[in-house]
Design a protein around this ligand. Structure first.
Ligand SMILES: Cc1cc2nc3c(=O)[nH]c(=O)nc-3n(C[C@H](O)[C@H](O)[C@H](O)COP(=O)(O)OP(=O)(O)OC[C@H]3O[C@@H](n4cnc5c(N)ncnc54)[C@H](O)[C@@H]3O)c2cc1C
Length: 381
């Protein structure tokens, strides 16, 4: 079948948070775009992932006109709890930095952006980006091939996407941690008002939230752990053990989603080749301990939208030229913070490292300077 030929200003690969926010911001500027996504809409809207939004990213979503549900349903958190050695300590971000974070699920951000009626083609196959970054080709859901000539292409197709491979001569860094996160979503009111990060001899545990009636919880498990090793009863028992505190009870309820996520860092540079730009997880992955992946993806999209607008509207390439270096600076700060949090909270590799870790935890819990550093990074540096 001959390919349908068309033209647009910006071709976007991937309808995750980065691709959708980029599409929304460009549309607000009157710039044409097409978004192609290899999954179906219902899958994309239901994919369980992140949920902690930095204060400036919440403002960004509001300025993109998709903040109404966030403001109505998002849970504003003033801090987090750190638990170790049988005690729970509150870090008050509002007091330490004047800033807060908002708990609002990534699934809801995706729904909010899709509700703005962006031009997304779902269920495409065989997506390709030509090496010059000016032609995006794909086969649509009805089997019809398309070739779209673009001024700019944005690769927002996540870690497993195809865009990154079109950047030649890139440098990549990867570190895989010797553990994974088993994550559950449960229809039960959270047993805490703010997130609990727990360091326990059995391993790390995180009590997160999604809404007043839905809890999100995680357990550190071996990296090759099969899900079959974790019947629901065992998951709740282990969570109860790792969060145990006199006078505190973990509420249990029906588990609606279980997944295992490897813990890794991945960074590629540059995030650009010619007219092709990478944004979000296609260029960087950080361990979720720092709650940074979604925030980085949305911040990439915002800067890229600004650069593209300046370039297309005013023929000024300066912002686009600075995009990769500017974002790499933020990415590496987030990587450092996420690795620091990860190594402070997960099972230490040997008894010496375990003593250093406990000393670090005591220091963060007792020193205003250390707590402020954590708060500053967590709420968005
Ligand atoms: C289990 C889990 C928990 C997480 N928890 C947190 C957290 O607490 N805090 C946090 O900040 N971050 C967290 N993250 C990370 C966060 O979810 C990601 O950083 C975020 O999804 C990145 O958005 P993105 O748009 O760059 O990529 P993605 O969300 O991966 O979107 C990429 C899109 O591209 C599509 N695609 C891929 N290949 C193609 C192709 N060839 N053609 C067309 N489309 C394609 C994909 O289907 C997808 O829809 C978590 C991630 C996981 C997996």
């Amino acid at each position: 079948m001959t390919a349908a030929m068309s033209r647009t200003q910006v071709g976007i690969v991937g309808a995750g948070p980065a691709g959708l926010l980029l599409g929304r911001l460009l549309t607000l500027q009157g710039i044409d775009c097409v978004i192609v996504e290899n999954r179906g809409r219902s899958y994309v809207e239901a994919r369980q992932r992140a949920g902690v939004i930095e204060h400036r990213i919440a403002d960004l979503l509001r300025s993109a006109g998709v903040g109404a549900r966030l403001d109505r349903l998002g849970l504003v958190h003033n801090g987090i709890y750190l638990q170790f050695d049988g005690s729970r300590h509150h870090l008050d971000f509002k007091d330490l930095t004047g800033r807060t974070v908002t708990v609002y699920a990534q699934t809801e951000i995706v729904k909010d952006l899709l509700a703005t009626e962006l031009p997304v083609s779902f269920d495409v196959t065989d997506t390709r980006v030509d090496p010059s970054g000016s032609v995006l080709s794909y086969v649509d859901a009805d089997g019809r091939p398309h070739e779209v000539t673009c001024d700019i292409i944005a690769g927002c197709d996540g870690f497993h996407g195809i865009s990154r491979a079109a950047v030649p001569g890139r440098t990549e860094w990867q570190r895989d941690f010797p553990y994974a996160w088993l994550g559950i979503l449960a229809d039960v009111p959270p047993s805490t008002d703010e997130l609990i990060y727990a360091n326990h001899p059995h391993g790390f545990a995180l009590h997160s939230l999604r809404s007043p009636t839905v809890s999100r919880l995680y357990l550190q498990v071996p990296p090759d752990e099969p899900l079959s090793a974790w019947p629901h009863e065992r998951i709740w028992d282990e969570l109860a053990t790792r969060f145990a505190l006199p006078g505190w009870t973990l509420r249990r309820g029906p588990i609606t989603d279980v997944s295992i996520t490897p813990m890794r860092v991945f960074v590629t540079t540059p995030m650009r080749h010619g007219r092709l730009f990478l944004a979000g997880d296609s260029a960087h992955i950080v361990p979720p301990t720092g709650a940074k992946g979604l925030n980085l993806a949305l911040a990439d999209a915002a800067l890229l939208a600004e650069g593209i607008t300046e370039f297309i509207r005013h023929s000024r390439p300066d912002l686009l030229d600075a995009y990769s270096d500017s974002r790499q600076e933020h990415v590496w700060r987030a990587v450092h913070f996420a690795v620091w949090m990860t190594e402070m909270l997960h099972t230490a590799p040997d008894p010496f490292a375990a003593e250093l870790q406990r000393s670090q935890l005591r220091y963060v819990a007792s020193s205003r300077a250390m707590a402020t550093s954590l708060a500053e990074n967590y709420t968005g540096y």
